[in-house]
Design a protein around this ligand. Structure first.
Ligand SMILES: Cc1cc2nc3c(=O)[nH]c(=O)nc-3n(C[C@H](O)[C@H](O)[C@H](O)COP(=O)(O)OP(=O)(O)OC[C@H]3O[C@@H](n4cnc5c(N)ncnc54)[C@H](O)[C@@H]3O)c2cc1C
Length: 407
């Protein structure tokens, strides 16, 4: 039984089905609607979804990302890193609408006959010699059901994680608030670049195109440090933000790469979210229950990793369960493979690795620059590229040459 029909839960359903294992998804939302804004799927995740038969669907929905480009608040380019196939991967990176990706996964899960029960909320789990006994809420009713294995893929505020590890660490806020939206606008750069302007300390504005069908559709994220870091009780993906609040932070910008004012005014619904994570857990699994995706390793959404790592978790989990006769051993093998690298990623994201160099640029060239080499040395530029790669790149050759994870 998979708790949560997000990117991680639905990818798990597809992966288990492909590995010949039966499963059911229970999702708290009554209807899955295309919620959220843009996300990026890195080549290693695109490879897995392609092997699950979603290659054409992704190409029909998302924009094949060409570069990740960093600029100062005036729009002068500091560094451009090739992405996806431009970086030599055999698979593209896609910038894509989160909700459309979720619905494409849902359609594939349903086509394959895997049940997805919406309006069903996980409440509790117990275990005995026969497996897990799960308490679910369907409307006003509480029902108890058995399963061999329970996978908590229920996101950043996971109830499964809370049951397994009640003192597993609170939501830790960086002090950075993020506002997000989608709007139609003029093409930015080549129409396929993830463009990051400014810095988290003094205000950052990220833009990228997200639709193969509508080349004018742009996802934007504004990130501003508004507080000292601390603990928060909730992180709500649905919370509404206000345009006036965002524009106040960017009013002084003369940013020639994108029209921030026009994007804000063209946005129907602005969403607000605190940049949060949690300390990595020393263990995910208890018996036949484990965690996956944001439930296991929530991290700052700055490295194209939220959705991508959840997809990798899903594929490894299915492979480990299918290749071990004993479910607990399969879950242990999954955790051994996935917990160390994702824990390291959580901490690497928390360090906001390129902030230092961007701050240096602002200090050395507050009014902009012509050529970045007059501001940063080759070594400083190379260190910035390495810092970014530490959170948003796999090893190109290793991915290209590695055998398939399909069972
Ligand atoms: C509504 C929404 C909007 C988002 N928007 C963005 C975005 O714009 N940009 C971005 O980078 N990331 C966004 N994310 C997060 C992003 O999807 C994840 O970081 C990433 O895809 C990993 O996915 P996940 O499946 O682990 O978690 P999620 O995508 O968060 O999915 C978790 C699922 O579990 C369900 N669930 C929660 N509790 C229970 C319960 N007790 N019982 C049953 N089901 C439960 C939720 O309804 C949800 O469908 C959003 C997530 C959500 C839920």
């Amino acid at each position: 039984m998979i708790v949560g029909g997000g990117i991680g839960g639905l990818s798990t359903a597809l992966s288990l089905h492909a590995a010949g294992l039966d499963c059911v998804v229970v999702e708290a939302a009554r209807t899955l609607r295309p919620l959220g804004v843009g996300i990026n799927l890195q080549p290693h995740a695109v490879r897995e979804l392609t092997e699950l038969g979603l290659g054409d669907a992704l190409a029909g929905l998302g924009v094949e990302t060409t570069f990740m480009t960093f600029a100062d608040r005036h729009g002068n380019v500091i560094l451009s890193l090739p992405r996806g196939r431009k970086a030599g991967y055999r698979w593209p990176q896609y910038s894509i609408h989160r909700g459309e990706l979720q619905l494409a996964l849902l359609a594939a899960v349903r086509e394959r006959g895997v049940p997805v029960r919406t309006g069903v909320r996980f409440e509790d789990v117990a275990q005995d010699g026969d497996g897990v006994l799960v308490t679910l809420r369907e409307g006003d009713e509480l029902v108890r059901e058995r399963a061999d294995v329970l996978v908590g893929a229920d996101g950043v505020q996971s109830a499964v994680r809370e049951r397994l590890w009640p003192s597993g660490g609170p939501l830790l806020w960086s002090g950075i608030r993020m506002w997000r939206g989608v709007a139609e606008g003029e093409q930015i750069m080549d129409g396929a670049t993830v463009l990051v302007g400014g810095s988290n300390r003094a205000g950052k504005f990220v833009t990228y195109h997200i639709s193969a069908r509508n080349p004018r559709l742009i996802n934007w994220v504004a990130e501003v440090k508004v507080s000292e870091p601390g603990v928060v009780s909730a992180a709500d993906w649905y919370r509404r933000g206000s345009s006036a609040e965002v524009s106040a932070h960017f009013a002084s910008w003369k940013y020639r790469l994108a029209d921030i004012g026009a994007l804000l005014s063209a946005t129907d619904r602005i969403l607000e979210y605190p940049m949060v994570d949690r300390d990595p857990l020393p263990q995910w699994r208890q018996g036949r229950v484990t965690l996956l995706g944001d439930a296991a390793h929530p991290m700052y959404p700055i490295g194209s990793n939220g959705g991508s790592q959840a997809v990798l978790d899903a594929r490894v989990l299915a492979r480990c369960l299918a290749t071990h006769d004993d479910a607990e051993r399969g879950l242990a093998a999954y955790e051994e493979e996935r917990r160390p690298p994702t824990s390291a990623l959580v901490l690497a994201h928390r360090a906001l690795p390129i902030e230092e160099t961007i701050t240096l640029v602002t200090e050395r060239a507050p009014n902009g620059f012509g050529d970045i080499r007059e501001v940063l040395s080759e070594e400083e530029l190379a260190a910035m590229a390495d810092a970014q790669r530490s959170i948003s790149d796999a090893d190109v050759r290793a991915l290209n040459e590695r055998e398939s994870w399909s069972v």
